[in-house]
Ligand binder design. Structure first.
Ligand code: CP
Ligand code: NVA
Length: 330
């Protein structure tokens, strides 16, 4: 295993052993942090954080992880740089690669982050694209490992829009780690055939099981984890709400599906979540469509089965592991 100088763009580029290594490294870093043991192993390095979409968890995780590792970071917000408007990705990559030791990118198409990595000459980390959200999956799998002690054989049911960044990445991660992944959604929202075929090939080697089921009560039977995400993602047009609500309402995570799963089943969500009326968008949707919650009910979100805040904390530890491994090597 050799991590030094590598980018972290999607889980498809990493072996199961490498993914396991990063999760274990994150667990070690978490233990160190809890004990107050300093780990400024990247002292003197500098990192650029490019965000073309908004963020709370990912940005804060990168910033705190940089500080804990002894690095500085520069945050470039969705409007505050020349990227894409006055300067191409290739030129931006070559400029930032001369100044920084690593670059995080959150934005739109996966090809943008791949292009950035091609030209930067330093590690590039994917902080979310339309297609993939790989640092989120490391945090999710670390949280599952903390809860169940293993990933192998764990049945994870993803309900909702399974053909966007979260559904895609969870399927890839589950295939790599030998898990039982179920996409439970309306026929229109299953991952693309190409990605499914690629994951089925991986699953043949790892023993993973992948299923695509439209009936929530069939899909969630014996589930260890029920996972969901927003029905409309960042960057999508407001016009899609009506159709999305109609299509995905039957896939809301509620107590009926939680009680259909194992007694030990946990609820997970990458966040942010629409589970009540305490958000602007939540209230607007309530006015237009009379829904008090969307992808998950408040009852499930606030229940003891919900481990969403453990997941959110683990974003920081896993992002730190990715930066440490790719900047310093293993
Ligand atoms: N889960 C996640 O990526 O959250 P942010 O959009 O707040 O970074
Ligand atoms: N699918 C969501 C994930 C947010 C972390 C989005 O892209 O907005």
């Amino acid at each position: 295993m050799d991590f030094k100088g590598r980018s972290f763009l999607k889980l498809l580029d990493y072996t199961p052993e490498e993914i396991e290594y990063l999760i274990n490294l994150a667990m070690e870093l978490k233990a160190k942090k809890k004990k107050g043991i300093l780990h400024r192993e990247c002292e003197g390095k500098n990192v650029a954080l490019i965000f073309e979409k908004t963020s709370t968890r990912t940005r804060c995780s990168f910033e705190v992880a940089c500080s804990d590792l002894g690095m500085s970071c520069t945050y470039l917000d969705p409007k505050g740089s020349q990227i894409g408007k006055k300067e191409s990705i290739a030129d931006t990559a070559r400029v930032l690669g001369r100044i920084y030791d690593g670059i995080e990118y959150r934005g739109f198409g996966q090809e943008i982050v791949e292009n950035l990595a091609k030209y930067a000459g330093v590690p590039v980390w994917n902080g979310l694209t339309n297609e993939f959200h790989p640092t989120q999956i490391l945090a999710d799998f670390m949280t599952i490992k903390e809860k169940f002690g293993t990933l192998k054989g764990v049945k994870l049911v993803y309900m909702g829009d399974a053909r966007y960044n979260m559904g895609n990445s969870l399927m890839v991660g589950a295939a790599k780690m030998g898990m039982h992944f179920v996409a439970c959604t309306n026929q229109k929202y299953f991952p693309s055939k190409d990605l499914v075929d690629e994951c089925l090939k991986i699953a043949e080697k790892t023993g993973a099981k992948l299923e695509f089921i439209t009936d929530p009560m069939v899909a969630t039977l014996n589930a260890d984890v029920i996972y969901t995400d927003v029905w409309v993602s960042m960057g999508e047009a407001d016009e899609v709400w009506q159709e999305r609500i109609n299509d995905l309402k039957p896939y809301q995570v509620n107590m009926k599906v939680m009680n259909n799963a194992k007694d030990s089943c946990v609820f997970m969500h990458c966040l942010p979540a629409f589970h009540d009326l305490d958000t602007e968008i939540g209230r607007e949707i309530n006015r237009k469509y009379d829904l008090t919650a969307m992808e998950v009910t408040d009852e499930v979100f606030e229940s003891e089965r919900s481990i969403v805040f453990d997941e959110a904390e683990n974003r920081m530890h896993t992002i730190k592991a990715v930066m440490l491994a790719t900047l310093k090597g293993n």
